[in-house]
Design a protein around this ligand. Structure first.
Ligand code: CR6
Length: 818
């Protein structure tokens, strides 16, 4: 069409298509235009929230420009792309991040100030995009930031839940859940794409027919259809024009009612069926590391992967290549087993719709997919009842059985007469009913499988995937240690530390090459630098203390040692052990003489985290923490020596306040249970020390930062100190003892699966070392600086480069020089 345009028309496009200004004046002009036109408000009627909206829209305009340029460049160059399939993207807030990544913070901050607002207040108005549970969802968000920053041609694919992770409030110390209706006000960070709507089928039946070449083929037909509508979320890179996309699908009823059912009698029913369609993407399942086999969850999974694959295939087909080249243009990373049905769906499309033979199709499928495992906990392993899969996706169930049959035939050739190995490796678990083991399907259908930290990757090779390692060879299995983005987790969350580092190093290059932090080591000997480092930490503690006061009413002294454990509440993470340790400390304090008290390091023990709504024991842990908090904080004899705080509704934006303020954070999972952990990296990057077990990424953090800067402890046999703590709870010192007996019971009767009794003694010893070390503040500041200086390895940029080079084989495509 453009080719036919006159010179005059082209000139108009040129003239008015100039990019949006990024200086202060340009900002103010856009801001006021958005106030009056987008928000339809007058200057007399602009509150902080409107100021946020106008600022967000101003930034959005500039983001969209980059998004367009990037997508055009990628279409033109047609490189191999990587698609990150994740059922969760825990993005948090976008405005501050976009301002920093686009390098607009200073001039827009000035601009907003002159218009009568404070940027801090404006930023505070934004609600988190909380489309995730915990580490896995936040990892996906960090990876998107790195993919954009490193100029990779990448897209994320996920679901646009109407309700994200629930909001947590406390009532009488118990967790209460409230819906997170995050789309209540308009969401400036998404672009609705009503033109991109894909029909997704559920149910129906499979029929066989003979094609023109005499081959017997399958056709899936009938059933109900819903539509997947696309919403695009632009993700800007730092220090680059590259801006990538996360495409989130939302379910809508089909445009057309089923007319045959639409006679008068069935009118209401027909409308209701349509409404059911919208349920599919209504809510994020709030479980972390726990499988709950709900049919709607399976529907979400298929809906999402079917829409995403259809979109990818449409893009691939534009270039008119052979199917054989699909894996040379498309890499798909499966974030845990949630998207495993994509393997089956691609095989179905290739065989049933595109007419490829089974083996050629399967070769394309396995070259396309790679799979990341994030857990070894048995209760987290996804398995779906065969009858449920059969009913919702009859053709997919047939394909899974065929994949399994051909796979097991090959296994049998390798191990003739070994029935046990076939049963162990089968994709189908033989029970009543049968189950589909999604992890086995993901391993068989991918060319690469990885764990998320060194220990974890070794563990999966020797436990859950042992037989597969023997069969496929060790090369298929590798490690990709998780990483975090330094842009959000240092530069944005801890602006003062970021500034100090930039000043000391003399440049900002460390934000794109985190290994450059190594050069901070030479400043450790500089007394003035140490003083300033500690001052930054102190001001972050003051900021957190103010937050705690405003949300909980509790006064905490910023001169105390801040001891933090924030993460999902789970038995394996052992918040229970932490609070038992707090009770022990409380008892000890009460028995001290005035002289002995002089020597005590005052502590604030801070907890935060959500429990899955159906996880009874985890919720009881929250209640115990709050009861202990009430008793200890009200005990005047303790003064400031110990305070206990549970901060409600832990989420990404709260993490940005808590993490920079920590002196010590706890990562004390039972050895072998925490695949990696990623907040451990965030704490250390911000100069916080960690107290942890020999588990997950703690081990690699230890290797990087050295013995002196971390408190790790190992198991020793049972400790008598634990008994006295338990007795104290049972005596009713922390409220009605009866409510806690189910919790106490998890320690006894041979049910202490997470080995709290084994580890308690050495845990307390490690805590003593922390207290001793904290007394020498100057030495502590040295440790703190070294922590930050040695965290280069844990940048998500490093992790993404490893994935890109070793698994996806994709290359950076710079959009254009700045
Ligand atoms: N719950 C692991 O438990 C890991 C993240 C990201 C988890 C955690 O140790 O850091 O994934 N696993 O790899 C799952 O979600 C299944 C998590 O966040």
């Amino acid at each position: 069409e453009r080719a036919k345009w006159s010179k005059e028309t082209l000139a108009l496009w040129e003239k008015y298509g100039a990019s949006e200004p990024v200086d202060k004046d340009g900002f103010q002009k856009s801001f006021i235009r958005h106030v009056t036109t987008t928000l339809a408000r007058s200057s007399l009627n602009v509150d902080n929230f409107s100021a946020y909206q106008a600022t967000a829209h101003t930034v959005r305009d500039r983001l969209i420009e980059r998004w367009n340029v990037t997508q055009q460049a990628h279409t033109l160059k047609d490189p191999k792309r990587v698609y990150y399939f994740s059922l969760e993207f825990l993005l948090g807030r976008s405005l501050d991040n976009a301002l920093l990544n686009l390098d607009l913070k200073e001039q827009f901050g000035e601009g907003v100030k002159e218009l009568g607002f404070r940027m801090e207040d404006v930023l505070e108005q934004e609600v988190d995009a909380a489309l995730g549970n915990g580490g896995l969802g936040r990892l996906a968000a960090c990876y998107m930031d790195s993919l954009a920053t490193l100029d990779y041609p990448a897209w994320g694919y996920g679901l646009r839940y109407t309700y994200g992770i629930f909001q947590q409030r406390l009532k009488d110390g118990y967790q209460m859940e409230f819906p997170d209706y995050w789309l209540n006000f308009d969401n400036p960070w998404e672009l609705q794409r009503l033109d991109i709507a894909i029909e997704i089928r559920f149910g129906g039946s499979v029929s066989k027919y003979t094609d023109e070449n005499g081959h017997i083929r399958s056709r899936w037909e009938g059933g109900d259809a819903v539509q997947a509508v696309a919403y695009d979320v632009p993700i800007p890179g730092y220090g680059t024009k590259n801006c990538i996309n996360i495409r989130l699908w939302s379910s809508k009823p089909k445009r057309q009612f089923d007319l045959s059912r639409f006679n008068e009698g069935e009118y209401e029913q027909a409308v209701q069926e349509q409404m059911k369609a919208e349920n599919i993407t209504a809510v994020l399942y709030p479980n972390d590391n726990h499988m709950v086999g709900k049919e709607l969850r399976l529907k979400q999974q298929y809906f999402w992967v079917a829409a995403s694959l259809s979109d990818i295939i449409r893009r691939f087909k534009k270039t008119e290549r052979d199917w054989d080249q699909f894996p040379e243009k498309v890499a798909i990373q499966l974030n845990d087993t949630h998207p495993t049905l994509a393997i089956v769906e691609l095989q179905r499309i290739l065989v049933d719709e595109e007419g490829l033979n089974w083996d050629d199709a399967w070769d394309i499928v396995t070259r396309t997919f790679a799979f990341t495992n994030h857990t070894v906990l048995p209760e987290a392993m996804e398995k779906w009842p065969v009858p449920m899969v059969e009913y919702l996706l009859p053709r997919h169930m047939q394909i899974i059985f065929d994949v399994n049959l051909f796979f097991l035939q090959k296994v049998e050739q390798q191990y003739p007469n070994d029935r046990d190995v076939l049963a162990r490796m089968s994709i189908i678990e033989e029970a009543t009913p049968q189950f589909v083991r999604m992890a086995h399907l993901a391993v068989v259908g991918s060319h690469r499988v990885n764990g998320v930290a060194a220990l974890h990757s070794n563990l999966i090779k020797t436990t859950i995937f042992k037989d597969f390692v023997k069969y496929f060879g060790a090369d298929k299995f590798e490690n990709k240690t998780n990483g975090i983005t330094p842009r959000r987790w240092l530069h944005q969350a801890n602006p003062k530390l970021s500034e100090l580092i930039t000043e000391a190093l003399g440049h900002k290059k460390w934000l794109k090459d985190l290994n450059l932090l190594k050069n901070l080591e030479q400043h450790v000997k500089n007394k003035d630098f140490r003083r300033r480092w500690i001052a930054v930490k102190h001001s972050n503690k003051v900021r957190l203390a103010e937050y705690i006061k405003s949300k909980t009413g509790i006064d905490v002294n910023p001169n105390s040692l801040f001891d933090v454990q924030v993460k999902r509440i789970h038995e394996y993470k052992r918040q229970f052990m932490n609070i038992l340790g707090v009770i022990h400390r409380y008892h000890e304090l009460k028995s001290l003489t005035p002289e002995e008290r002089q020597n005590v390091v005052p502590r604030v023990v801070i907890f935060g985290g959500k429990a899955a709504p159906g996880y009874y024991i985890a919720k009881l842990v929250i209640k115990l923490i709050n009861n202990v908090s009430a008793v200890v904080n009200a005990d005047e004899s303790i003064e400031d020596l110990l305070k206990v705080v549970f901060i409600p509704d832990y989420n990404v934006s709260l993490a940005e306040i808590i993490i920079p303020a920590s002196d010590i954070s706890q990562h004390i999972s039972t050895a072998g249970t925490e695949a990696s952990g990623t907040s451990n990296m965030k704490f250390v990057l911000n100069g916080g020390l960690i107290l942890g077990t020999v588990d997950g990424a703690n081990i690699e953090i230890h290797e990087e930062i050295g013995d002196d800067n971390i408190f790790l402890y190992r198991n020793v046999p049972i400790d008598p100190a634990l008994q006295s703590v338990i007795t104290s709870i049972e005596t009713g010192n922390f409220g009605d003892a009866r409510i806690f007996s189910p919790l106490i019971n998890t320690l006894t009767f041979g049910k202490d699966y997470y080995l709290i009794s084994d580890d308690f003694g050495s845990y307390l010893d490690a805590q003593k070392l922390v207290d001793e070390a904290y007394k020498d503040q100057d030495d502590w500041s040295k440790k703190s600086i070294l922590c930050t200086a040695r965290m280069g390895f844990f940048s998500s940029d490093r992790a993404i480069r490893e994935y890109a080079e070793q698994i996806w084989e994709v290359k950076p495509v710079p959009v254009q020089p700045e």
